[in-house]
Design a protein around this ligand. Structure first.
Ligand SMILES: Cc1cc2nc3c(=O)[nH]c(=O)nc-3n(C[C@H](O)[C@H](O)[C@H](O)COP(=O)(O)OP(=O)(O)OC[C@H]3O[C@@H](n4cnc5c(N)ncnc54)[C@H](O)[C@@H]3O)c2cc1C
Length: 344
Protein backbone atom coordinates (compact mmCIF):
# COMPACT_ATOMS: atom_id res chain seq x y z
CA UNK A 1 0.00 0.00 0.00
CA UNK A 2 1.36 3.42 -0.94
CA UNK A 3 0.03 5.02 2.24
CA UNK A 4 1.91 2.49 4.39
CA UNK A 5 5.19 2.54 2.48
CA UNK A 6 5.33 6.32 1.97
CA UNK A 7 3.32 7.70 4.94
CA UNK A 8 5.07 11.10 4.79
CA UNK A 9 3.34 11.84 1.45
CA UNK A 10 -0.21 11.31 2.71
CA UNK A 11 -2.90 12.66 5.04
CA UNK A 12 -4.81 10.40 7.48
CA UNK A 13 -7.86 10.07 5.19
CA UNK A 14 -5.81 8.61 2.31
CA UNK A 15 -5.17 5.23 3.99
CA UNK A 16 -8.85 4.16 4.41
CA UNK A 17 -9.54 5.35 0.86
CA UNK A 18 -6.69 3.24 -0.49
CA UNK A 19 -7.96 0.22 1.47
CA UNK A 20 -11.44 0.70 -0.05
CA UNK A 21 -9.97 0.91 -3.56
CA UNK A 22 -7.90 -2.22 -2.90
CA UNK A 23 -11.06 -4.18 -2.10
CA UNK A 24 -12.96 -2.95 -5.16
CA UNK A 25 -13.61 -5.44 -7.97
CA UNK A 26 -15.60 -4.28 -10.98
CA UNK A 27 -16.95 -6.51 -13.73
CA UNK A 28 -18.78 -6.34 -17.03
CA UNK A 29 -19.30 -3.22 -19.11
CA UNK A 30 -17.90 0.24 -18.43
CA UNK A 31 -21.42 1.30 -17.41
CA UNK A 32 -21.58 -1.50 -14.81
CA UNK A 33 -18.12 -0.62 -13.51
CA UNK A 34 -18.97 3.09 -13.25
CA UNK A 35 -22.14 2.20 -11.33
CA UNK A 36 -20.17 -0.03 -8.96
CA UNK A 37 -17.48 2.63 -8.43
CA UNK A 38 -20.19 5.18 -7.63
CA UNK A 39 -21.89 2.80 -5.19
CA UNK A 40 -18.53 2.23 -3.48
CA UNK A 41 -18.13 5.99 -3.03
CA UNK A 42 -14.93 6.04 -5.07
CA UNK A 43 -16.05 8.65 -7.62
CA UNK A 44 -16.34 11.63 -5.24
CA UNK A 45 -14.17 14.64 -6.07
CA UNK A 46 -10.88 14.37 -4.17
CA UNK A 47 -7.29 15.63 -4.24
CA UNK A 48 -4.58 14.33 -6.57
CA UNK A 49 -3.02 11.96 -4.03
CA UNK A 50 -6.45 10.35 -3.63
CA UNK A 51 -6.68 9.86 -7.39
CA UNK A 52 -3.24 8.25 -7.19
CA UNK A 53 -4.01 5.74 -4.44
CA UNK A 54 -7.29 4.78 -6.11
CA UNK A 55 -5.76 4.40 -9.59
CA UNK A 56 -2.76 2.43 -8.31
CA UNK A 57 -5.10 -0.11 -6.71
CA UNK A 58 -7.65 -0.30 -9.54
CA UNK A 59 -4.99 -0.66 -12.24
CA UNK A 60 -3.25 -3.39 -10.24
CA UNK A 61 -6.39 -5.55 -10.18
CA UNK A 62 -8.14 -4.60 -13.44
CA UNK A 63 -7.15 -1.83 -15.90
CA UNK A 64 -10.77 -1.50 -17.06
CA UNK A 65 -11.82 -0.43 -13.55
CA UNK A 66 -9.13 2.24 -13.70
CA UNK A 67 -10.40 3.37 -17.12
CA UNK A 68 -13.98 3.59 -15.84
CA UNK A 69 -12.75 5.62 -12.87
CA UNK A 70 -10.50 8.14 -14.58
CA UNK A 71 -12.74 9.03 -17.51
CA UNK A 72 -15.52 10.00 -15.09
CA UNK A 73 -12.95 12.26 -13.43
CA UNK A 74 -11.92 13.79 -16.78
CA UNK A 75 -15.57 14.37 -17.67
CA UNK A 76 -16.60 15.90 -14.34
CA UNK A 77 -13.63 18.22 -13.83
CA UNK A 78 -14.42 20.83 -16.56
CA UNK A 79 -18.03 21.11 -15.37
CA UNK A 80 -16.92 21.52 -11.75
CA UNK A 81 -14.30 24.11 -12.61
CA UNK A 82 -16.85 26.08 -14.64
CA UNK A 83 -19.46 25.51 -11.90
CA UNK A 84 -22.15 24.50 -14.39
CA UNK A 85 -24.41 21.46 -14.87
CA UNK A 86 -23.69 20.34 -11.34
CA UNK A 87 -26.71 18.00 -11.48
CA UNK A 88 -24.91 16.13 -14.29
CA UNK A 89 -21.77 16.01 -12.16
CA UNK A 90 -23.75 14.68 -9.18
CA UNK A 91 -25.17 11.85 -11.31
CA UNK A 92 -21.76 11.06 -12.81
CA UNK A 93 -20.06 10.99 -9.43
CA UNK A 94 -22.83 8.74 -8.11
CA UNK A 95 -22.09 6.35 -10.99
CA UNK A 96 -25.48 6.91 -12.62
CA UNK A 97 -24.14 8.53 -15.79
CA UNK A 98 -21.13 7.71 -17.99
CA UNK A 99 -19.55 10.93 -19.21
CA UNK A 100 -16.51 11.36 -21.43
CA UNK A 101 -13.90 13.96 -22.35
CA UNK A 102 -13.91 14.85 -26.06
CA UNK A 103 -10.86 16.80 -27.15
CA UNK A 104 -8.94 14.74 -29.75
CA UNK A 105 -9.90 14.80 -33.45
CA UNK A 106 -8.59 13.04 -36.56
CA UNK A 107 -6.62 16.19 -37.54
CA UNK A 108 -5.97 17.47 -34.01
CA UNK A 109 -4.07 15.09 -31.74
CA UNK A 110 -1.03 16.50 -29.94
CA UNK A 111 -1.72 19.74 -31.82
CA UNK A 112 -5.07 20.35 -30.12
CA UNK A 113 -5.13 23.98 -31.20
CA UNK A 114 -5.91 22.85 -34.74
CA UNK A 115 -9.24 21.29 -33.80
CA UNK A 116 -11.98 21.60 -36.43
CA UNK A 117 -15.23 20.89 -34.60
CA UNK A 118 -17.42 24.00 -34.74
CA UNK A 119 -20.33 25.29 -32.71
CA UNK A 120 -22.98 27.76 -33.86
CA UNK A 121 -25.65 29.48 -31.78
CA UNK A 122 -29.20 28.21 -32.15
CA UNK A 123 -31.48 30.21 -29.85
CA UNK A 124 -30.47 29.45 -26.27
CA UNK A 125 -28.55 26.36 -27.40
CA UNK A 126 -25.64 25.55 -29.68
CA UNK A 127 -25.27 23.13 -32.58
CA UNK A 128 -21.98 21.22 -32.83
CA UNK A 129 -20.55 19.63 -35.96
CA UNK A 130 -17.35 17.59 -36.19
CA UNK A 131 -15.77 14.26 -35.25
CA UNK A 132 -13.94 13.45 -32.04
CA UNK A 133 -11.99 10.20 -32.08
CA UNK A 134 -10.07 8.03 -29.60
CA UNK A 135 -12.57 9.07 -26.93
CA UNK A 136 -12.37 6.63 -24.04
CA UNK A 137 -15.71 5.09 -23.02
CA UNK A 138 -17.54 6.88 -25.87
CA UNK A 139 -19.47 3.78 -26.99
CA UNK A 140 -21.24 3.61 -23.62
CA UNK A 141 -21.54 7.29 -22.73
CA UNK A 142 -24.67 9.27 -21.87
CA UNK A 143 -22.92 12.63 -22.10
CA UNK A 144 -19.74 14.25 -23.37
CA UNK A 145 -17.67 17.31 -22.58
CA UNK A 146 -16.71 18.56 -26.04
CA UNK A 147 -14.26 21.25 -27.12
CA UNK A 148 -15.27 23.14 -30.27
CA UNK A 149 -14.62 26.45 -32.00
CA UNK A 150 -17.19 29.17 -31.39
CA UNK A 151 -16.57 32.37 -33.33
CA UNK A 152 -12.99 31.20 -33.94
CA UNK A 153 -12.18 30.60 -30.24
CA UNK A 154 -12.16 27.19 -28.55
CA UNK A 155 -15.06 26.86 -26.13
CA UNK A 156 -16.26 23.97 -23.97
CA UNK A 157 -19.71 22.38 -24.35
CA UNK A 158 -21.70 19.55 -22.85
CA UNK A 159 -23.55 17.25 -25.22
CA UNK A 160 -26.24 14.99 -23.82
CA UNK A 161 -26.34 11.47 -25.30
CA UNK A 162 -24.07 12.20 -28.29
CA UNK A 163 -24.14 9.96 -31.37
CA UNK A 164 -21.13 7.62 -31.17
CA UNK A 165 -19.37 4.83 -33.03
CA UNK A 166 -16.89 2.29 -31.69
CA UNK A 167 -13.17 2.08 -32.51
CA UNK A 168 -11.15 -1.09 -32.08
CA UNK A 169 -8.27 -0.56 -29.64
CA UNK A 170 -6.92 -3.48 -27.63
CA UNK A 171 -7.89 -3.62 -23.94
CA UNK A 172 -9.79 -0.33 -24.08
CA UNK A 173 -13.36 0.92 -24.51
CA UNK A 174 -13.04 3.69 -27.08
CA UNK A 175 -14.87 5.40 -29.90
CA UNK A 176 -15.88 8.49 -31.85
CA UNK A 177 -18.34 11.27 -31.15
CA UNK A 178 -20.10 11.88 -34.46
CA UNK A 179 -21.52 15.39 -34.13
CA UNK A 180 -23.70 16.65 -36.97
CA UNK A 181 -25.62 19.71 -35.86
CA UNK A 182 -25.93 18.02 -32.45
CA UNK A 183 -27.38 20.17 -29.65
CA UNK A 184 -24.98 21.23 -26.89
CA UNK A 185 -24.92 23.46 -23.81
CA UNK A 186 -22.14 26.04 -23.39
CA UNK A 187 -19.92 25.21 -20.39
CA UNK A 188 -17.35 27.97 -20.87
CA UNK A 189 -16.06 30.21 -23.63
CA UNK A 190 -12.55 29.59 -22.25
CA UNK A 191 -12.33 26.06 -23.58
CA UNK A 192 -8.57 25.62 -23.70
CA UNK A 193 -8.12 26.88 -20.17
CA UNK A 194 -10.58 24.23 -18.98
CA UNK A 195 -9.10 21.46 -21.14
CA UNK A 196 -5.53 22.09 -20.00
CA UNK A 197 -6.51 22.53 -16.34
CA UNK A 198 -8.38 19.21 -16.49
CA UNK A 199 -5.48 17.35 -18.08
CA UNK A 200 -3.10 18.99 -15.64
CA UNK A 201 -5.19 17.80 -12.67
CA UNK A 202 -5.35 14.20 -13.92
CA UNK A 203 -1.86 13.83 -15.46
CA UNK A 204 0.05 12.93 -12.25
CA UNK A 205 -2.42 10.11 -11.65
CA UNK A 206 -1.55 8.49 -15.02
CA UNK A 207 1.77 7.63 -13.39
CA UNK A 208 -0.14 6.00 -10.53
CA UNK A 209 -2.03 3.78 -12.97
CA UNK A 210 1.28 2.90 -14.63
CA UNK A 211 2.89 1.83 -11.35
CA UNK A 212 -0.22 -0.23 -10.53
CA UNK A 213 0.19 -2.16 -13.77
CA UNK A 214 3.95 -2.49 -13.25
CA UNK A 215 3.58 -3.66 -9.63
CA UNK A 216 1.18 -6.37 -10.77
CA UNK A 217 3.65 -7.44 -13.47
CA UNK A 218 6.47 -7.64 -10.94
CA UNK A 219 4.36 -9.67 -8.48
CA UNK A 220 3.27 -12.05 -11.25
CA UNK A 221 6.88 -12.47 -12.35
CA UNK A 222 8.24 -13.11 -8.87
CA UNK A 223 5.59 -15.80 -8.35
CA UNK A 224 6.20 -17.34 -11.77
CA UNK A 225 10.00 -17.43 -11.58
CA UNK A 226 9.83 -19.02 -8.14
CA UNK A 227 7.68 -21.92 -9.34
CA UNK A 228 8.93 -22.42 -12.93
CA UNK A 229 11.82 -24.90 -12.90
CA UNK A 230 14.49 -25.10 -15.59
CA UNK A 231 18.00 -26.59 -15.34
CA UNK A 232 16.89 -28.40 -12.16
CA UNK A 233 16.04 -25.27 -10.17
CA UNK A 234 13.53 -22.39 -10.08
CA UNK A 235 14.19 -19.64 -12.64
CA UNK A 236 14.47 -17.21 -9.70
CA UNK A 237 17.65 -19.02 -8.62
CA UNK A 238 19.45 -18.03 -11.84
CA UNK A 239 21.75 -15.03 -11.26
CA UNK A 240 20.59 -13.22 -14.43
CA UNK A 241 16.91 -13.67 -13.50
CA UNK A 242 17.60 -12.34 -9.99
CA UNK A 243 19.35 -9.35 -11.53
CA UNK A 244 16.40 -8.66 -13.86
CA UNK A 245 13.93 -8.86 -10.97
CA UNK A 246 16.09 -6.47 -8.97
CA UNK A 247 16.20 -4.03 -11.89
CA UNK A 248 12.41 -4.19 -12.17
CA UNK A 249 12.12 -3.46 -8.45
CA UNK A 250 14.45 -0.46 -8.68
CA UNK A 251 12.55 0.91 -11.68
CA UNK A 252 9.25 0.51 -9.86
CA UNK A 253 10.58 2.29 -6.78
CA UNK A 254 11.90 5.20 -8.86
CA UNK A 255 8.66 5.47 -10.81
CA UNK A 256 6.63 5.45 -7.61
CA UNK A 257 8.71 8.22 -6.05
CA UNK A 258 8.43 10.41 -9.17
CA UNK A 259 4.66 9.85 -9.27
CA UNK A 260 4.13 10.60 -5.59
CA UNK A 261 6.27 13.72 -5.84
CA UNK A 262 4.16 14.97 -8.78
CA UNK A 263 0.91 14.24 -6.91
CA UNK A 264 2.11 15.85 -3.69
CA UNK A 265 3.38 18.90 -5.58
CA UNK A 266 0.00 19.31 -7.22
CA UNK A 267 -1.87 19.12 -3.90
CA UNK A 268 0.58 21.45 -2.15
CA UNK A 269 0.57 24.06 -4.93
CA UNK A 270 -0.85 27.45 -4.03
CA UNK A 271 -3.46 29.06 -6.30
CA UNK A 272 -1.96 29.93 -9.67
CA UNK A 273 1.28 27.95 -9.11
CA UNK A 274 2.32 26.01 -12.23
CA UNK A 275 3.06 22.32 -11.71
CA UNK A 276 3.34 21.30 -15.36
CA UNK A 277 7.04 20.45 -15.18
CA UNK A 278 6.72 18.09 -12.20
CA UNK A 279 3.60 16.47 -13.66
CA UNK A 280 5.35 15.93 -16.99
CA UNK A 281 8.42 14.41 -15.32
CA UNK A 282 6.24 12.15 -13.15
CA UNK A 283 4.23 10.86 -16.10
CA UNK A 284 7.30 10.31 -18.29
CA UNK A 285 9.29 8.48 -15.60
CA UNK A 286 6.39 6.26 -14.48
CA UNK A 287 4.91 5.31 -17.84
CA UNK A 288 8.26 4.65 -19.51
CA UNK A 289 9.43 2.58 -16.52
CA UNK A 290 6.16 0.63 -16.44
CA UNK A 291 6.57 -0.25 -20.11
CA UNK A 292 10.10 -1.58 -19.48
CA UNK A 293 9.06 -3.50 -16.34
CA UNK A 294 6.12 -5.14 -18.10
CA UNK A 295 8.23 -5.97 -21.14
CA UNK A 296 10.72 -7.72 -18.87
CA UNK A 297 7.85 -9.50 -17.11
CA UNK A 298 6.73 -10.95 -20.45
CA UNK A 299 10.33 -11.92 -21.23
CA UNK A 300 10.77 -13.77 -17.93
CA UNK A 301 7.53 -15.68 -18.51
CA UNK A 302 8.92 -16.98 -21.82
CA UNK A 303 6.25 -18.39 -24.14
CA UNK A 304 3.73 -18.37 -21.28
CA UNK A 305 4.03 -14.58 -21.29
CA UNK A 306 2.45 -14.18 -24.72
CA UNK A 307 -0.43 -16.61 -24.24
CA UNK A 308 -3.80 -14.83 -24.59
CA UNK A 309 -4.81 -15.79 -21.06
CA UNK A 310 -1.58 -14.62 -19.43
CA UNK A 311 -1.87 -11.67 -17.04
CA UNK A 312 1.44 -10.16 -18.17
CA UNK A 313 0.30 -10.27 -21.80
CA UNK A 314 -2.83 -8.33 -20.79
CA UNK A 315 -0.70 -5.83 -18.87
CA UNK A 316 1.55 -5.44 -21.92
CA UNK A 317 -1.44 -4.31 -23.98
CA UNK A 318 -2.86 -2.18 -21.18
CA UNK A 319 0.30 -0.17 -20.47
CA UNK A 320 1.08 0.93 -24.02
CA UNK A 321 -1.47 3.77 -24.46
CA UNK A 322 -0.36 5.43 -21.20
CA UNK A 323 2.76 6.71 -22.99
CA UNK A 324 0.53 8.33 -25.64
CA UNK A 325 -2.59 9.82 -24.04
CA UNK A 326 -2.74 12.88 -21.77
CA UNK A 327 0.51 14.06 -23.33
CA UNK A 328 2.70 11.71 -25.36
CA UNK A 329 6.18 11.25 -23.86
CA UNK A 330 7.89 13.25 -26.61
CA UNK A 331 5.39 16.11 -26.26
CA UNK A 332 5.94 16.19 -22.49
CA UNK A 333 9.70 16.22 -23.05
CA UNK A 334 9.20 19.55 -24.81
CA UNK A 335 7.58 20.81 -21.57
CA UNK A 336 10.66 19.67 -19.67
CA UNK A 337 12.97 21.31 -22.23
CA UNK A 338 11.02 24.58 -22.03
CA UNK A 339 11.32 24.47 -18.23
CA UNK A 340 15.07 23.95 -18.42
CA UNK A 341 15.86 26.28 -21.31
CA UNK A 342 12.95 28.69 -21.47
CA UNK A 343 10.42 28.67 -24.33
CA UNK A 344 12.02 29.12 -27.77
C1 LIG B 1 -6.17 4.47 -25.54
C2 LIG B 1 -6.36 5.92 -25.80
C3 LIG B 1 -7.34 6.62 -25.10
C4 LIG B 1 -7.57 7.98 -25.36
N1 LIG B 1 -8.59 8.64 -24.71
C5 LIG B 1 -8.86 9.94 -25.04
C6 LIG B 1 -9.99 10.62 -24.45
O1 LIG B 1 -10.71 10.07 -23.61
N2 LIG B 1 -10.25 11.90 -24.85
C7 LIG B 1 -9.49 12.55 -25.78
O2 LIG B 1 -9.79 13.69 -26.10
N3 LIG B 1 -8.42 11.92 -26.35
C8 LIG B 1 -8.10 10.64 -26.01
N4 LIG B 1 -7.03 9.99 -26.59
C9 LIG B 1 -6.26 10.68 -27.62
C10 LIG B 1 -4.88 11.06 -27.16
O3 LIG B 1 -4.93 12.16 -26.30
C11 LIG B 1 -4.06 11.31 -28.43
O4 LIG B 1 -3.85 10.03 -29.03
C12 LIG B 1 -2.75 11.99 -28.13
O5 LIG B 1 -2.97 13.32 -27.77
C13 LIG B 1 -1.81 11.95 -29.35
O6 LIG B 1 -2.49 12.41 -30.49
P1 LIG B 1 -2.41 11.54 -31.84
O7 LIG B 1 -2.82 10.16 -31.53
O8 LIG B 1 -3.18 12.26 -32.88
O9 LIG B 1 -0.88 11.51 -32.22
P2 LIG B 1 -0.07 12.65 -33.01
O10 LIG B 1 -0.40 13.99 -32.47
O11 LIG B 1 -0.23 12.41 -34.46
O12 LIG B 1 1.42 12.32 -32.56
C14 LIG B 1 2.04 11.08 -32.89
C15 LIG B 1 3.41 11.06 -32.23
O13 LIG B 1 4.22 12.11 -32.78
C16 LIG B 1 5.07 12.63 -31.77
N5 LIG B 1 4.79 14.07 -31.57
C17 LIG B 1 3.64 14.73 -31.85
N6 LIG B 1 3.76 16.03 -31.54
C18 LIG B 1 4.99 16.21 -31.04
C19 LIG B 1 5.71 17.33 -30.53
N7 LIG B 1 5.17 18.56 -30.46
N8 LIG B 1 6.97 17.14 -30.11
C20 LIG B 1 7.54 15.91 -30.17
N9 LIG B 1 6.90 14.81 -30.63
C21 LIG B 1 5.66 14.95 -31.06
C22 LIG B 1 4.79 11.82 -30.49
O14 LIG B 1 5.69 10.73 -30.44
C23 LIG B 1 3.39 11.31 -30.71
O15 LIG B 1 3.10 10.14 -29.97
C24 LIG B 1 -6.77 8.65 -26.32
C25 LIG B 1 -5.77 7.94 -26.99
C26 LIG B 1 -5.56 6.60 -26.74
C27 LIG B 1 -4.48 5.88 -27.49
Amino acid sequence: MLTQTYPYVFDPDHAPLEARAAEFRGAGSIRQRVAALGAAGLLARRDTRSLAVIRRQLAYHDPLDDLAFVIQELGCTPLERANVLLEVVAEARAGQRVIVFGLTEPNAGSDVRSLETVAVRDGSQYRLTGTKHFISNAPECDGAVVFAKLDGQVACFFVDAPPTSAQAVAAHSIGRLELDGTAGVLVSEKGFGLAFATLERCRPSVGAAAIGLAARALDETIAYTKQRRQFGAPLAALPVVRLRLAEMGVELETATLATLHACWKRDAAHAGERTGYTSAVGKIVATEAAQRIIDMAVQLHGGAGVEESSVVQQLYRAVRPLRIYEGATDVLLTVVADHLLGSP
